[in-house]
Design a protein around this ligand. Structure first.
Ligand SMILES: [Zn+2]
Ligand SMILES: [Zn+2]
Length: 394
C-alpha cells in the first residue's frame, strides 16, 4: 500500500496546559514525539508543522459568544462566574489558563492542517496526536476539551464536499462530535467506549442513532467495564467494516484516545496495546479499501502518560508508515524518562498480552458486548435517515 503520510507536530503544542495537578498533562506529547524520534520513525520530510487556526475556523462549529469568553478568560487568566455557569470554563475539569485561546487555536490548527493536506491531495495519512478533543460542543467546554478540533476539521472536509466517517475508540463517548453532526447524513459517527452507566459523559447508548436526515448515521457501542482485547476486537470487526462499506466515506477521521488501557487511572476498560494496534490496522486497511487511503488520525484521552500513551501513539504512527516491527523500547528514552517516572517503564513497545490474564467475568462481558454490537448494527436503523443513501445500504 503506497502512501504519503505526515505527522503534525511542533513543541508549542505543549502550551495547551491546565497545570501540574491536571490529568491532561502535555508531557504526554513530549514523551511520544521523543519515542517516535528515538525509534527512528521520523524523518524531516514526514514532519509537518501545524498552521494555527483562526476564529473563523472555530465559528464553523463554536458559538461566537463562547469563543469570545474563552479569549477573554485566556487574556485575564481567570473565569468570570458566568463563564463557569454558561460555558463550564474555570471548573475542575476545564480550568482557565493564561493564553488558553491561542494554545487551543494551535491545537485545532494541527487537525485542520491535516484535513487541508488530505483534501488537497498533498497527504493521504495524517497523524496529529496532540488533537482529539472530542467532548467540546457548540458553546461549552467539557472533559478537558476547550475547542473541538475534530469537529472543525470535519466541518472543513464537509465544506470540500467530502463524506466523512468518524471513528472514536477513546474510553469516553465521543459525544461532542456526535452532537455537532447529529442531523447530518454526510457524517457517520461511530464511537466505541465504556458504557455511560459507569463513566463520563454518561451518553453513548445504542439508541442514540442520529436525528432527522442524520437518523442512522450515529453509531454507539457502549462496552462493559473490564472489557479486554479479545472482546473489543470482536465488536470492532462486527461494526466497522460493515458500517463503513455501506457508508462509502471519502475520508476517515479517527480519534485514538488510549484511556481504555488496563493501566489507565480514569476509566475501567482493560485493553492492552494490542487492542489499539488492531484498531489502527483495521482503520488503515479500510482507508485504502474505501477512500484511497484518506485517513486523518488524532490522539485523545490517555492518562497513564508514562507507560501507555507514548507507546500506543507510536504504534499508531508505525502503522501509518508501515513500520510494524517495533520490539524494544530505546535505551536512551528509558534512561532519560526512567528517572522521572513514578512507575517502572515497560521495556517493550507492545504489551506482552500473556501477562494480562482474563478477567473473572470474561465470558459474560464478551456476550454482553456482542449483543450490544448486534443491537447497534440492526439493519432496520443503520444509515436510514437519508432516502437516497438507503440504496447503498442494501
Ligand atoms: Zn497506508
Ligand atoms: Zn477519554
Amino acid at each position: 500500500m503506497s502512501s504519503n503520510p505526515c505527522l503534525i507536530y511542533v513543541p508549542e503544542l505543549l502550551q495547551y496546559n491546565f497545570g501540574p495537578q491536571h490529568p491532561f498533562n502535555p508531557l504526554r506529547l513530549k514523551l511520544t514525539i521523543d519515542l517516535i524520534d528515538q525509534l527512528g520513525l521520523l524523518t524531516p520530510t514526514l514532519l509537518y508543522p501545524p498552521e494555527s487556526a483562526v476564529d473563523a475556523d472555530l465559528h464553523t462549529v463554536h458559538d461566537r459568544h463562547y469563543v469570545d469568553a474563552v479569549k477573554k478568560a485566556g487574556d485575564t487568566g481567570e473565569a468570570e462566574p458566568q463563564d463557569t455557569q454558561y460555558y463550564e470554563l474555570g471548573t475542575e475539569d476545564n480550568p482557565v489558563f493564561s493564553g488558553m485561546h491561542h494554545a487551543s487555536l494551535l491545537l485545532v490548527g494541527g487537525t485542520l492542517t491535516g484535513a487541508k493536506r488530505i483534501a488537497s491531495g498533498k497527504a493521504d495519512h495524517v497523524l496529529n496526536f496532540s488533537g482529539g478533543l472530542h467532548h467540546a460542543v457548540r458553546a461549552k467546554a467539557s472533559g478537558f476539551c476547550i475547542y473541538n478540533d475534530l469537529a472543525v476539521a470535519i466541518s472543513y472536509l464537509r465544506s470540500q464536499g467530502m463524506r466523512v466517517a468518524y471513528v472514536d475508540i477513546d474510553a469516553h463517548h465521543g459525544d461532542g462530535v456526535q452532537w455537532l453532526f447529529y442531523d447530518d447524513p454526510e457524517v457517520l459517527t461511530i464511537s466505541f467506549h465504556e458504557s455511560g452507566k459507569f463513566l463520563f459523559p454518561g451518553t453513548g447508548t445504542v439508541y442514540e442513532r442520529g436525528s432527522k436526515a442524520g437518523f442512522g448515521y450515529s453509531l454507539n457501542i457502549p462496552l462493559e467495564p473490564f472489557t479486554q482485547d479479545q472482546s473489543f476486537k470482536e465488536v470492532l470487526d462486527m461494526v466497522l467494516p460493515v458500517a463503513l462499506e455501506q457508508f462509502r466515506p471519502d475520508v476517515i477521521v479517527s480519534q485514538h484516545g488510549c484511556d481504555g488501557h488496563e493501566f489507565d487511572p480514569l476509566a475501567h476498560l482493560s485493553f492492552t496495546t494490542e487492542a489499539y494496534s488492531y484498531a489502527a490496522k483495521t482503520i488503515h486497511q479500510l482507508s485504502h479499501r474505501l477512500c484511497d487511503g484518506r485517513w486523518l488520525a488524532t490522539g485523545g484521552g490517555g492518562y497513564d502518560f508514562w507507560r501507555v500513551v507514548p507507546r500506543v501513539w507510536t504504534l499508531l504512527w508505525a502503522e501509518m508508515i508501515e513500520k510494524g516491527d517495533l520490539v524494544d523500547m530505546p535505551g536512551e528514552w528509558l534512561k532519560k524518562y526512567g528517572k522521572h517516572s513514578p512507575v517502572a517503564l515497560p521495556e517493550m513497545v507492545s504489551d506482552d498480552t500473556e501477562a494480562f490474564s482474563p478477567k473473572p467475568r470474561h465470558a459474560e462481558i464478551m456476550e454482553k458486548n456482542r449483543l450490544t454490537a448486534e443491537k447497534a448494527m440492526n439493519p432496520q436503523f443503520l444509515l436510514k435517515g437519508d432516502p437516497s443513501r438507503t440504496q447503498l445500504a442494501k
